[in-house]
Design a protein around this ligand. Structure first.
Ligand SMILES: [Mn+2]
Length: 317
């Protein structure tokens, strides 16, 4: 048998969810099954291609719902889990009992672990550390911006590698390792460690660029990374540099999209007022209450900058 797992690529929670769901499904349902992975990204055009559902069993974790009849299992915790009202309606009529959605969870990994235990009696004590860290990373439950930006914990180092690695190969190597190895051991593997060292240099460079390009007005940090060519950044860098801020809005480009990222400072003192997923949904994006993003086609820099400017104004109020 072949099981296909479609997961949120370049995301610690997406990788941890894939690792956990593999252990759960293999031990409870599908022994002697080969698991294959495909990382998915939010993009401006189509999310799912017909050939993605090519397993005898098809699973989506930490990513949007698909009404495809070949989908066997689905677990997600994103507020914006449905591409359309029709998809949400399709989910409500599900009779398989294997499509699970709960946006109250901070991480999809914790959600899967809880459902697996409560509904199916599955426990994996050796994966407890993985589940805890997925909740910390996806829920941004860090002590301080320094603790994230300085990256002393193995989970932080792995997050840098997962988010920064080009292509999906390294992420899938990590997904396979996460099923049996402690995080500290995975980080020490030569290939992963070498990549970490390189990405850490880039991380330090990104901190310098954001320090130079960034500004903070009315509690909203803004920077534009289009000219620098930097595709992504650790989302806590802005709060490390501007601790008195509440929100971040940024524009960046990558090989497949132009992106507006909207985030909130997890250490902000006054409680935050805005739901960022709701704001991003207005522009065709999505996310969680505390962090959202909008994908534009490659080259749509003008539209992206316009949206970013509007969102900045809205968040300042
Ligand atoms: Mn997640």
């Amino acid at each position: 048998m072949r099981a296909r797992v479609l997961y949120h690529d370049h995301c610690f929670d997406g990788a941890a969810s894939s690792a956990f769901v593999t252990r759960f499904l293999r031990e409870k349902f599908y022994e002697n099954t080969d698991f294959f992975y495909r990382g998915l990204a939010h993009r401006a055009d189509q999310l799912f291609e017909a050939e993605y559902f090519d397993g005898d069993v098809n699973v989506i974790v930490d990513f949007k719902y698909s009404p495809d009849p070949r989908l066997t299992w689905w677990f997600d915790h994103h507020q914006s889990a449905f591409l359309s009202p029709e998809d949400a309606e399709h989910f409500r009529h599900d009779t398989s009992g294997r499509k699970m959605f709960d946006p109250s969870y901070r991480s999809c990994t914790k959600f899967i672990a809880t459902v697996a235990r409560e509904k199916y009696g599955f426990e994996a004590p050796d994966l407890e550390d993985l589940v805890t860290w997925a909740d910390i990373v996806d829920g941004a439950l860090y002590e301080s911006a320094e603790s994230v930006v300085e990256m002393k914990e193995p989970a932080m180092k792995l997050t840098l590698v997962i988010e920064g690695a080009k292509g999906s190969e390294v992420v899938q190597k990590i997904i396979r390792a996460m099923q049996t190895e402690p995080l500290a051991a995975i980080v020490q593997e030569p290939e992963i460690n070498a990549l970490y060292e390189k990405l850490h240099q880039d991380h330090l460079h990104t901190i310098d660029v954001i320090r130079r390009e960034g500004s903070c007005e009315g509690g909203v940090i803004f920077f534009d990374l289009v000219a620098s060519g930097i595709e992504g950044y650790n989302k806590f860098i802005p709060y490390y540099l501007f601790p008195d801020s509440s929100y971040t809005v940024s524009v960046s480009t990558s090989s497949f999209r132009t992106k507006v990222s909207v985030g909130s400072n997890p250490w902000a003192r006054p409680p935050l007022q805005h739901n960022l997923a709701t704001i991003c949904e207005r522009y065709g994006g999505g996310g969680h209450a505390k962090v959202g993003a909008i994908s534009f086609p490659i080259g749509a820099v003008v539209e992206a900058r316009k949206a970013a400017a509007e969102i900045r104004e809205e968040l300042k109020s």
